[in-house]
Design a protein around this ligand. Structure first.
Ligand code: TZP
Ligand code: MG
Length: 226
């Protein structure tokens, strides 16, 4: 029987439209300022991903996460934690995103409960099928384009895997990720993604709020014309 606490796919899909991911390492400005601008521009979901050279740890990581979550809450935008299940639980975050090297979604679901959002990164049809079986709410599929925001990124796939998944009738909510900019976002939606996930195109933008607004417009137009 379906679980009444599970967040419906239709809700997840709309949250994925402009999914901003960021940690302190990705920001030129103060992270709270970057996130405030991005929220003002209309991002629909946020993931706290504190990773890479110079990333905060321990209580500094916790305090930053907490302050960013408060900003998200003030805008009604769910706050997702990358990888760190203990942090997600300690903050009572809205969900978690995990990669292939992390705990499976099934194990995370048992610890987090059914009302939280669980996302999984997938790079092959087999990984996609496993994540669905494990109870993921959504998938991050990529890298669609070359990225410099992730050192251990998998080979670039273009929009091919997204198209293939949809052609096979796999309709789980998903976002494309990796190297997405305002000029290459439309084909990701046309391929069948529900949204796009971005780090640098928003975090490093000169006009963060305006850039987020344009991404939202691009995605909404793409969805309308599909
Ligand atoms: N996973 C696959 S590509 C990527 C992650 C976290 C980085 C995306 O960052 P950008 O700057 O939007 O290319
Ligand atoms: Mg990971």
């Amino acid at each position: 029987m379906s679980d009444p606490n599970r967040i419906p796919s239709s809700v997840i899909r709309s949250l994925l439209e402009v999914y901003f991911i960021m940690g302190s390492v990705n920001c030129r400005l103060d992270p709270a300022e970057v996130l405030t601008e991005a929220l003002g521009g209309g991002i629909t979901l946020f993931q706290f991903r504190e990773k890479g050279n110079g990333a905060l740890t321990g209580s500094a990581k916790f305090e930053l996460a907490k302050s960013l979550m408060q900003l998200c809450r003030a805008h009604g935008v769910p706050f997702i934690v990358n990888d760190d299940l203990d942090l997600a639980i300690a903050l009572d975050a809205d969900g978690i995103h995990v990669g292939q090297d992390d705990a499976p979604a099934s194990m995370i679901r048992r610890r987090l409960g059914s009302g939280k959002i669980i996302g999984v990164s997938a790079h092959t049809l087999q990984e996609v099928q496993q994540a669905i079986e494990d109870g993921a709410d959504y998938l991050g599929v990529g890298p669609v384009y070359p990225t410099s925001s992730k050192e251990d990124a998998q080979p670039v796939n273009g929009t091919r895997l997204i198209e293939e998944l949809r052609l096979q009738g796999i309709d789980i909510p998903l976002v494309g990720i990796g190297g997405i900019t305002l000029s290459n976002a439309a084909p990701v939606i046309a391929a069948g993604a529900d949204g796009i996930s971005l780090i640098s195109a928003i975090a490093q933008a000169d006009q963060i709020s305006e850039t987020a607004r344009r991404f939202l417009k691009t995605v909404e137009e793409g969805l309308r014309h599909r």
